[in-house]
Design a protein around this ligand. Structure first.
Ligand code: LRH
Ligand code: MN
Length: 433
């Protein structure tokens, strides 16, 4: 039995043959429809093929909640098996060549070997992620009462050292960015001195910032609550923006869609951070209530479209400092993680292509002439255009799958991995819960 089963290109192209007919028919139909709008469908295929989003290493294992995790057979047990699954996703959807690692969950024994393993599968490493929200076995100082903002200097120093170690590992892996999300905060009024805690955050981040290579960026990730349930030090985009300004030109603000109170206008936060030249990028996911980490576009697809409407407007206007890093950050509790990540990656490409369908001239004219309904109708025309044929053709021409989930299921990949990856007692692949 081959040691590591992979879906090969011939299986994908054979499978595409079976479903190619409807794609060409629908593509032709859409091409005519768009031509009436003076839009060349080939431009949109090129846009779709140019879109890239990174996969979170912690997303290819089954996620869970504080109540339970229902591990699935064949899930990855270590970083190498996680990369195998990331390579399978990349092979089928063609838009995910980068992987974002989380340390220490993915700490490599040999960074050079891991980098080569990834390279052989067409993968490279996106932003690194530190973890000072859990205590590791044998850790000297606990993060129970915080990390970079902890009252005790020794705890802050330990957290700073960990972040600098993440940057060192990232340098060996070829990464160019480091994401810092901390859960620091309080569960009770009065527990933390709110201003002193932020001062300590900046003091600690200045040491981490100083360790950044010249061509690196540091991403500050805000979150309005959890694990702290009364106050969170980096709770919103305003605090994140203030800190990024204080730290310097290599510091930016990362927007995790699930880190905002329900009904917050996230596309407006995105427009602000673009205008202020401090948008780092995204952790894409979706949510109904809290930081639910659900599949992107699964609950609020119109919000996702409106966010990409702001991003495409900035792209077309060549806004200064506009170089957003796109990453998924999801927890797959009841679906096959590979299927969810493929579907989510496709939903991002869909929103991006639809945002390129917006008639910017018409929209701007409606805005300047105070015609709200014409403005909304212009956006809705793009959002309600079924661009599925463009997404399928973009994948097929790049050697990917017209129908990634169907091809994945019919490949028997998960069953083969269940045979290859017997559960190692007590060592579920480390990650969320
Ligand atoms: C925090 C967060 C952060 C990661 C973690 C896995 O909620 O979004 O980006 O470190 O999830
Ligand atoms: Mn996140």
């Amino acid at each position: 039995m081959p040691t590591h089963f992979e879906i090969d290109d011939s299986f994908i192209s054979e499978h595409n043959q079976k479903t190619n007919d409807w794609v060409e028919e629908d593509y032709e139909h859409l091409s005519k429809k768009l031509r009436r709008q003076n839009v060349d469908i080939e431009d949109l295929v090129a846009k779709a093929q140019g879109f890239r989003v990174a996969i979170p290493s912690w997303g290819v294992g089954t996620g869970g909640t504080r109540f339970a995790r229902f591990p699935a057979a064949g899930e990855p047990r270590d970083i190498y098996e996680k990369l195998e699954d990331c390579a399978t996703i990349f092979k089928l959807v063609c838009s995910t060549p980068a992987v974002s690692l989380h340390i220490p969950w993915d700490k490599p024994a040999d960074a050079g070997d891991l980098r080569e393993f990834a390279r052989q599968r067409g993968l490279h490493f996106d932003a690194m992620n530190s973890n000072t929200f859990q205590d590791q076995p044998g850790q000297k100082h606990s993060y129970k009462f915080g990390s970079l903002t902890h009252p005790e200097r020794l705890v802050r120093e330990q957290a700073i050292a960990h972040n600098i170690e993440c940057i060192e590992i990232g340098k060996a892996l070829g990464s160019k960015a480091h994401t810092v999300w901390i859960g620091d905060g309080g569960n009770f009024p009065g527990q933390q001195h709110i201003r002193r805690a932020l001062e300590r955050y900046l003091e600690s981040m200045r040491e981490i910032y100083a360790a950044l290579p010249d061509d690196w960026r540091v991403f500050i990730e805000h979150k309005f609550y959890e694990p702290a349930f009364y106050s969170t030090v980096i709770n919103d985009w305003g605090t994140s923006y203030y800190c990024a300004r204080e730290l310097g030109s290599k510091a930016f603000c990362l927007v995790d869609l699930g880190h905002h109170a329900p009904n917050v206008n996230i596309e407006m936060i995105v427009a602000r951070l673009i205008q202020f030249g401090k948008l780092a990028g995204f952790h894409f996911n979706d949510s109904k209530y809290g930081d639910d980490d659900l599949d992107s576009g699964s609950v609020k697809p119109f919000q996702l479209f409106l966010i990409f409407n702001e991003l495409v407007d900035a792209e077309l206007n060549q806004e200064p400092y506009f170089n957003p890093a796109y990453m998924l950050d999801q927890s797959h509790n009841v679906t096959d993680p590979i299927e969810s990540l493929m579907m989510s990656a496709a939903e991002l490409v869909r929103a991006y292509v639809q945002a390129h369908l917006v008639d910017r001239q018409e929209l701007s004219d409606a805005q300047e002439k105070c015609d709200p309904l014409r403005a909304l109708a212009t956006l809705k025309q793009a959002f309600t255009t079924d661009v599925a044929p463009i997404l399928a053709v973009a994948r097929a021409r790049a050697g990917g799958a017209i129908d990634p989930i169907r091809t994945f299921r019919e490949s028997g990949y998960r069953q083969r991995k269940a045979e290859e990856r017997p559960v190692r007692k007590g060592t579920a692949a480390s990650g969320i819960v």
